[in-house]
Design a protein around this ligand. Structure first.
Ligand code: GLA
Length: 387
């Protein structure tokens, strides 16, 4: 955390909230956004995902305040909230990612006292880079340190996911909170979302780079059809399990099961994506080990097609970015995250992104009236205290 960010956080905190007699010293934390290389919309179907954290972060300052009050302040929204009880806030949605953590921690019987927290960050919001999960995981990690809960990184991820599922109301899987908790510099993880077993893999393709184009179509997972997709997957899963009781998750099914399970046409499309994504994930892991970027890129294009046609979570703008990139011979491109807008991940030869993007910007603006953004990133470490 730079000195400028640190000073900005502490000044804002003391300007926003008057000193309290029992307050302790300030502590600083930060947590990253994430990309997902492959394994999309499978983390609530027991599939394997392959995400990494990126060097876009949310920064927090926090202290015990010696009272019963929770006082929280978002520098980026220029808004604060003071409360004794973690109640859902309709007017200040940003606060729910923090209050949700407090509420879930209380349900687990974890001891919590009054605290002051201020935060700011540079993870673009609604871009599919998990800015909300970063706030949840950063809060859980910071509170765990402050109140000596001593939670493992896995437990931090699960508590943060519970805040999103039960308090914020988005029925997300575990991928985002997990990678933000356990990430290491230069590595992706392959995470089996059924068992939560995971391992680190290097993401090193010399001469090539991954980067992101933000469609500037803002998705909101709650308003979008994310929860519908999860319901469709769950109904497909229970039909498959009726037919094949030993099946642990939909991600393990094969086409023989899908054909006989009596799925309706929509369930069949969703299940087809999930089953095919399983082999794409395995292929990408293998191709990365063999340092075969062309083959990795082909899987990214296939993944996008499946997300767009079978899983139906893309949109016209993201499809356009992928098609245009393909026409310019990039190695691979696909939408990432929940979908319905947000970012497209691109894999290409190093050094081409600048000129391609300036050409693209014009065409995209003419077609959609939107100014896309390009984000270059490096693979970063996970949530941490910044002493
Ligand atoms: C969002 C959710 C994740 C995951 C992705 C799609 O980011 O928070 O749990 O389902 O969408 O892969």
């Amino acid at each position: 955390m730079t000195l400028a960010i640190r000073e900005n956080l502490s000044k804002s905190l003391s300007k926003t909230f008057p000193d309290l007699p029992g307050q302790a010293k300030l502590r600083y934390f930060s947590s990253p956004g994430r990309v997902n290389i492959i394994g999309e919309h499978v983390d609530y179907a027991g599939g394997t995902v392959f995400p990494a954290a990126i060097d876009f972060r949310v920064h927090f300052v926090i202290r015990k305040n010696g009272s019963k009050l929770i006082r929280i302040h978002s520098l980026d929204f220029g808004s604060e909230l003071i409360t004794e009880e973690p109640l859902y806030s309709e007017e200040k949605p940003w606060a729910n990612y923090i209050l949700g953590v407090v509420s879930e921690a209380k349900k687990l019987g974890l001891k919590i006292e009054g605290f002051d927290l201020a935060f700011t960050g540079n993870i673009p919001q609604g871009a599919g880079l998990s800015s909300s999960a970063a706030v949840e995981v950063g809060t859980t990690f910071a509170l765990s340190k402050l109140f000596s809960w001593d939670l493992s990184l896995e437990k931090i991820a699960l508590l943060s996911q519970a805040a999103e599922n039960k308090f914020v109301g988005v029925n997300c899987g575990i991928m985002d909170q997990f990678i933000i908790s356990v990430a290491k510099t230069s590595s992706c993880i392959s995470l089996n979302t059924d068992t939560l077993e995971y391992s680190y893999h290097s993401l090193d393709l010399p001469g090539y780079e991954f980067y992101l184009i933000d469609s500037q179509v803002k998705h909101s997972l709650k308003e979008s059809e994310y929860n519908d997709r999860r319901r469709e997957v769950e109904s497909a899963t229970s039909k498959c399990k009726k037919l094949s009781p030993d099946l642990k998750s939909l991600s393990e099914a094969d086409f023989a099961i899908l054909e006989k399970a009596g799925l309706d046409p929509v369930e069949l499309k969703r299940a087809t994506h999930i089953v095919r994504e399983r082999s794409r994930v395995n292929n990408v892991i293998r191709y990365l080990e063999k340092k075969d970027p062309e083959a990795v890129g082909r899987e990214l294009f296939l993944c996008h097609k499946s997300l767009s046609e079978d899983f139906e979570v893309s949109c016209e703008e993201s499809d356009f970015i992928v098609e245009w990139s393909k026409s310019r011979n990039v190695l691979g491109a696909r939408m990432i995250g929940g979908g319905f807008g947000g970012c497209v991940l691109i894999l290409d030869k190093l050094g081409r992104s600048g000129s391609l993007f300036s050409e693209f910007e014009k065409i995209y603006f003419e077609k959609f009236g939107l100014k896309p953004k390009i984000y270059r990133f490096t693979i970063s470490d996970g949530v941490r205290e910044d002493p």
